[in-house]
Ligand binder design. Structure first.
Ligand code: F6P
Length: 519
């Protein structure tokens, strides 16, 4: 694959992007699987659109898209498919359908017997954020089971995760694709000890595992009938569609999982069939490339205007940054254009009172994805209209800005004298032209949340194809884990010279010594 910067189509695209403007007079809407995407706040021009089409062709995007959707091994550094779409397909392959039925049967039985008032979901990263997001989005009303999420290796996490629960009525869900993640195994050991300490007669009978490594789960002690399959062709951060969501089905209901499958499958169909000009994931990807690799914005802000979506940002942080945080292309050549942005954010309107000052008047600023639901699930119209008004207003302020004269007139109108107005106005100018996309969900439902998450999954895949990077591996997470193992050995065996790593920098060496003293 030709490095991006050497592609003439890239030169044309970036030139057109530099010349393009945000056209405030033109409404640019794309309908995608019940979602409405408004790109009016992104740069656009006929030249940029033409260049985008040529760039997609130069990158043989359609061929690659088919390879992705048909489960070919496009994750070349791990020689695997990235076939998360198959997990939510209306008519999946037999083994996926069989596993889906095994999970549903387990849920039906647990519900019929009213077992497990408490669920402790132990998992981290892709085995955690999606379930947290879903349970917190849909589980805040009418449920009789309560869920505790334990991910961090910090013992305070498992301590609060198990606090005040009845061990005899608690199900422990161990979610781990690899069944080898240190945090998850340590927390699972603690949970099993807790069950045993409470004289639970069959501790393992209250433990289920969701994993692509069933043998390891068996050896750990999970009964085979309570091991639910994940496949190595599903990336952890793309696994919310799998049995990992068993906890949501228990905590809320199975309809939530089925609804998310339906919404995401509809987005898969849109992604595959809609022409690129009217294709939500592709248009989001192109806008992201302009903002990141042409205009040089270092980050992307996600602003979900819905208190129920408090975990959307960390979910998308992993999805985006673990996928696109790459600085070499698929051949291993160093990238010479910026790739995946830092992703950050917080629900609106909290974010307005936290960091929107920076978004409005900071020297860098950042593109913003505003996410909002047209309809609320409560009856307080004034609350919802205020939420919608704030979302549109913040977006408007970033788009149109406020120039010096407007600010000065404002100061004069507030009674300031001309000199003070001249001075103050400079502090009140808003640059404007700050790019953003508005994503409108008719309401927050499993269907629309499924569609929203699939939208971002496909956007990321498109961006990776255009940059020429592999979005489905995450080699960068291993080095720190390996160093942690060595340092842990040193902390646990201070008197064993063989366990003392000798390649460490002075500072790490010092603190290992300090921390060894404390034990
Ligand atoms: O360390 C990163 C990572 O491998 C993620 O990709 C993954 O979602 C998470 O850790 C948890 O991994 P597992 O599901 O194998 O325990």
């Amino acid at each position: 694959m030709t490095p991006l910067e050497q592609l003439p189509e890239w030169q044309t695209f970036s030139q057109a992007a530099h010349q393009a403007q945000v056209n405030l007079k033109r409404l640019r809407l794309v309908q995608a699987a019940s979602l409405t995407l408004d790109f009016s706040g992104q740069r656009n021009s006929a030249q940029l659109e033409q260049a985008a089409g040529q760039l997609l062709t130069a990158r043989q995007f359609e061929q690659w898209q088919q390879q992705l959707l048909q489960g070919e091994p496009i994750n070349i550094t791990e020689n695997r498919a990235a076939w998360h779409t198959m997990l939510r397909a209306p008519a999946p392959i037999a083994e996926v359908a069989a596993e889906r039925e095994r999970v549903n049967a387990f849920i039906r039985n647990a519900d019929a017997t009213r077992r497990w008032r408490h669920i402790v979901h132990i998992g981290i990263g892709g085995s955690d954020w999606g379930v947290r997001l879903t349970v917190n989005a849909f589980g805040y009303t009418k449920r009789w089971r309560n869920v505790r999420f334990v991910s961090n290796i910090d013992g305070h996490a498992i301590a609060s995760g198990l606090a005040n629960l009845d061990p005899h009525d608690t199900l422990v869900v161990i979610a781990s694709k690899s069944f080898a993640t240190a945090e998850t195994l340590l927390n699972a050991n603690r949970a099993r000890e807790w069950l045993k300490a409470a004289n639970v007669c069959d501790p393992e009978g209250q433990i289920v595992a969701v994993t692509a490594n069933p043998e390891a789960a068996r050896q750990w002690g999970v009964p085979s009938t309570q091991i639910f399959k994940l496949w190595d062709w599903v990336g952890g951060r793309f696994s919310i569609w799998s049995a990992v969501n068993l906890t949501t089905a228990l905590a809320v209901n199975s309809d939530v999982v089925a609804g998310m499958h339906a919404g995401s499958a509809a987005m898969d169909q849109h992604f595959e069939e809609a022409p690129w000009q009217q294709n939500g994931p592709i248009q989001m990807a192109l806008a992201g490339l302009v903002n990141r690799s042409v205009l040089g914005y270092g980050s992307l802000n996600i602003a979900p205007y819905d208190a129920r979506l408090s975990d959307l940002v960390p979910y998308l942080q992993q999805l985006e940054m673990e996928s696109l945080g790459k600085s070499v292309d698929i051949q291993g050549n160093p990238m010479t254009v910026p790739t995946g942005p830092a992703v950050w954010g917080m629900p609106g309107t909290d974010a307005q009172h936290t960091f929107f000052q920076w978004l409005h008047q900071g020297s860098d600023g950042a593109p913003v994805d505003f996410v909002v639901c047209q309809q609320a699930d409560h009856d307080w119209q004034e609350h919802h209209q205020s939420l919608l008004a704030n979302c549109l207003a913040q977006r408007e302020a970033m788009l149109i800005g406020k120039d010096f004269d407007q600010a000065r007139n404002e100061c004069l109108a507030q009674g300031h004298d001309p000199d003070t107005a001249d001075w103050l106005a400079k502090h009140r100018v808003h640059q404007g032209g700050r790019p953003n996309t508005l994503i409108v969900l008719p309401k927050l439902s499993p269907y629309t949340l499924g569609a929203l998450l699939a939208l971002y999954e496909h956007k990321i895949a498109v961006q990776a194809r255009l940059w020429g990077i592999n979005p489905f591996d995450q080699w960068g997470v291993e080095y720190g884990k390996n160093l942690a193992t060595n340092i842990l050995n040193a902390l646990q065996a201070p008197d064993d010279p063989a366990q003392q790593p000798d390649t460490l920098d002075a500072s790490t060496h010092h603190w290992i010594r300090q921390f060894q003293q404390k034990h």
